[in-house]
Design a protein around this ligand. Structure first.
Ligand code: SAM
Length: 304
């Protein structure tokens, strides 16, 4: 995908497009080495709220690289997240996508909304104190890891429906286990459409998610999972960060309404994120394709 945001094309056609690109492209050794330096587009296209730098600790593994995130709070631990380097899609990725009826957007990169969600959580750490939290569709799991590292949440479960993504989440949990203090942290394979809801035995006070509302085929399943989790604990709340992205957020919110859930949308929810947004709108050059509808995450709060 070339733009800074997922498109609304059908997941199956997107998968074939990416697969075709992956198969046609044969990186030379030199290109592979350069690839290690480019984990995701986030390094050049994002809000730059949580500074990160590459840690080159995979000299024999050209598929992955690790970035070190410096949480902008005094005495906060650094976090290490292993991610795919750009352009290293593999045939097995698409076999797994087909087998599990899921896309590979979680492997493509860490999307900018995830950083905004992570930043919002660290700036609002009080709301997580002693709470049990689940992140849905977490990708590499930055927000869940930040919540575990800087808030006093009792438990953080970082979930995704793509088993390969869940492997990365578990690796990232293991790599940062010393940063979590007394907070219990787990990964979970949770597909919004396929999981028997009765398999979710835990209860959660807070549900967080970023950039999970553009898959129209999963809107209903996602709304049902949110409803199921909210009904288990009262009061509970879901915090979604999502760009509007055409009509995709509105369509998801229609499903939320049909599920008899309430929601509110806030555009300006953090002074720093709003400042970065305005700088990007004024063309500061750090994210050339930036435009509000596809890139700026709105804060959506959902409750019973
Ligand atoms: C656009 S990515 C966002 C990832 C991460 N939150 C971020 O912003 O970087 C969407 C994530 O949702 C996951 N996902 C997509 N469809 C899903 C489904 N039906 N059930 C569970 N997870 C799903 C993908 O595997 C992917 O990790």
């Amino acid at each position: 995908m070339e733009t800074g945001a997922p498109t609304t094309a059908k997941p199956s056609s997107l998968r074939w497009k990416i697969l075709r690109q992956a198969l046609l492209r044969k990186p030379t050794d030199e290109q592979s080495a350069i690839g290690v330096k480019r984990i995701t587009r986030k390094t050049t296209q994002g809000f730059n709220l949580i500074p990160s730098n590459l840690v080159e600790d995979h000299p024999t593994n050209l598929t992955d690289a690790t970035a070190c995130y410096t949480i902008p709070i005094d005495s906060a631990p650094k976090l290490y997240l292993t991610q795919r380097v750009v352009d290293r899609a593999e045939l097995s990725d698409f076999e797994i996508c087909n087998q599990y009826n899921i896309d590979n957007t979680g492997l493509v990169c860490q999307w900018p909304s995830e950083e905004a969600l992570a930043y919002f959580c660290l700036r609002n750490a009080d709301m997580f104190r002693s709470k049990s939290v689940i992140e849905l569709g977490a990708g590499y799991g930055l927000a869940g890891l930040v919540i575990a590292a800087v808030t006093e949440a009792s438990e953080v479960v970082i979930s995704d429906g793509n088993p390969q993504v869940v492997d990365y989440i578990q690796r990232n949990i293991d790599a940062n286990s010393k940063a979590f203090g007394g907070t219990r942290v787990k990964s979970m394979m949770l597909h919004w459409n396929q999981n028997e809801k009765s398999n979710i035995s835990s209860t959660f006070d807070l549900i967080v998610a970023s950039d999970c509302t553009f898959f129209k085929e999963f809107h209903n399943g996602l709304a049902q999972i949110v409803k199921f989790l909210l009904e288990k604990v009262r009061p509970a709340e879901a915090i979604f960060f999502s760009p509007k992205r055409g009509d995709s957020l509105d369509k998801f919110l229609e499903k939320i309404k049909e599920s008899n859930l309430c929601f509110s949308i806030t555009e300006n929810y953090d002074t720093e994120i709003w400042k970065r947004h305005n700088q990007l709108m004024n063309g500061d050059g750090s994210w050339p394709s930036y435009e509000k509808d596809h890139c700026y995450p709105l804060l959506v709060r959902i409750a019973l």
